[in-house]
Design a protein around this ligand. Structure first.
Ligand code: SAH
Ligand code: SF4
Length: 403
């Protein structure tokens, strides 16, 4: 907050100096209001000597009515609009490609400032429309089955770049304006990146998603997914009460260390305890943790794994989401067979668990985690390293049978 006031004061001071010189302030000095949650907008208005209630008005203009032109904000006086134009901007990331699948899935390739490309996917399902939002460009955590991880980490997304994905998707569905049908009913932080490693920006943008003067999405319909950054998860409840998904993928530490390397630092028991504390402390503590389990052929999809998983979660309030592994060209892993997927699911159901299976959507537009942006961003060293390693392994495989 202090940083924000300093930035605004700097803009205002620079402005008064410039007024005499009749110059416009540079865009870089202005505050981008798009990523400010209600509380930060209140501080912004106070810092420019204006009333607090302006925050709710502006939040509504931007995120409920989809207006990003100060001149169109008609309940704000002309004088204040001019002041806003001098001190603030409303800048959005840019959609560079929109792909529509036959099944209604829509994928956005979005260019963020600095040229990085990220992806956002919209998945309709009955009355529900879920937007899968990215939190980082790439990811540092390097899970062995994840395309985003193979790209390495480039940078955190700013709050305006995270909420900007929701704004752009809402705009593309024409859902802005009073009484328009809401196409985006749910948001999952399951796109590129590890949301808990970009804590402040993710929490701020989730706040905007849930605020009544903005998108007004219920806290039961905004889900943060994490591979297990325990210290950040321990703090999460102080800032939000969104739903929680844990990317587990293995029920013993040895296997999870291999699939989700952050497990070496924060092992399963520690992670589940932290997740349980978070859920117990939410105001309606009857909610369940979603356990995500990506099924990889002959890696974690055997019946002994199902038994181990059922035993591990016996006393934890969970629902289990099974995700068939989505193959990509830098991985030797294979998708679970349908037979095995059903056996695995049926066993867990028999054991009393609520189990859902994530169906493959948007196949014709590569709408799976990290894939399309991967083709564009595929320039990091880690990605090159994986490519080299993968090609070497392929060469060994081809040579071996002939020896
Ligand atoms: N970093 C966070 C959120 C982004 S990943 C996390 O790991 O939870 C979102 C989900 O997509 C995770 O559950 C992850 O395991 C899954 N995922 C990643 N790559 C996948 C692949 N190739 N096939 C199937 N699921 C994948
Ligand atoms: Fe990062 Fe999540 Fe992918 Fe793991 S699964 S590399 S944490 S984005």
């Amino acid at each position: 907050m202090a940083e924000l006031s300093l930035a605004v004061n700097a803009v205002l001071n620079t402005q008064s100096a410039r007024d005499s010189a009749a110059e416009e302030p540079t865009a870089a000095l202005k505050v981008n209001l798009l990523g400010l949650n209600h509380q930060k907008l209140v501080s912004f208005f106070e810092s420019i000597g204006e009333k607090k209630f302006r925050a709710a008005q502006v939040l509504k203009w931007i995120h409920q009515l989809g207006v990003i032109d100060f001149d169109a904000m008609t309940n704000i006086s002309k004088g204040l609009r001019e002041k806003l134009k001098r001190t603030a901007t409303l800048e959005l990331p840019e959609i560079i490609q929109q792909l529509d699948s036959k099944d209604g899935t829509r994928k956005f390739l979005i260019r963020e400032s600095g040229g990085s490309v990220i992806e956002t996917v919209y998945i309709p399902e009955g009355n529900r429309g879920t937007l899968c939002v990215s939190s980082q460009v790439g990811c540092a955590l390097d899970c062995s089955f994840c395309m985003t991880g193979k790209q390495g980490f480039s940078r955190d997304l700013d709050a305006f770049e995270i909420i900007g994905q929701v704004w752009l998707a809402a705009k593309s569905f024409g859902q802005f304006g009073e009484d328009r049908p809401r196409k985006i009913t749910n948001v999952v932080m399951m796109g590129m990146g590890e949301p808990l490693l970009n804590f402040d920006n993710v929490v701020d943008s989730m706040n905007i998603m849930m605020h009544d003067n903005a998108y007004g999405i219920s806290k039961r319909r905004v889900t943060l997914s994490t591979s297990g950054v325990v210290p950040a998860l321990d703090r999460l409840g102080e800032y939000t009460d969104c739903c929680l998904a844990i990317s587990l993928h293995a029920a013993n530490d040895e296997l999870r260390n291999e699939l989700v390397p952050i497990n070496k630092k924060y092992p399963i028991a520690m992670l589940l305890e932290s997740a349980q504390r978070y859920i117990e402390n939410t105001p309606d503590n009857r909610r369940k943790i979603t356990i995500e389990y990506t099924l990889i052929d002959h890696v974690n999809d055997r019946m002994e794994h199902a038994v181990e998983l059922a035993d591990l979660l016996r006393d934890v309030p969970v629902k289990i989401n099974l995700i068939p592994f989505n193959p990509f060209n830098l991985s030797n892993y294979k998708r679970v067979s349908n037979n095995q997927l059903h056996r695995f699911r049926d066993y867990l159901i028999e054991q009393g668990y609520i189990v859902t299976v994530r169906t493959t959507r948007g196949d014709d537009i590569d709408a799976a985690c990290g894939q399309l942006a991967g083709q564009v961003n595929d320039r990091t060293r880690r990605s090159e390293r994986y490519k080299a390693k993968f090609e070497e392994e392929q060469a060994i495989k081809i040579i071996t049978p002939e020896q």
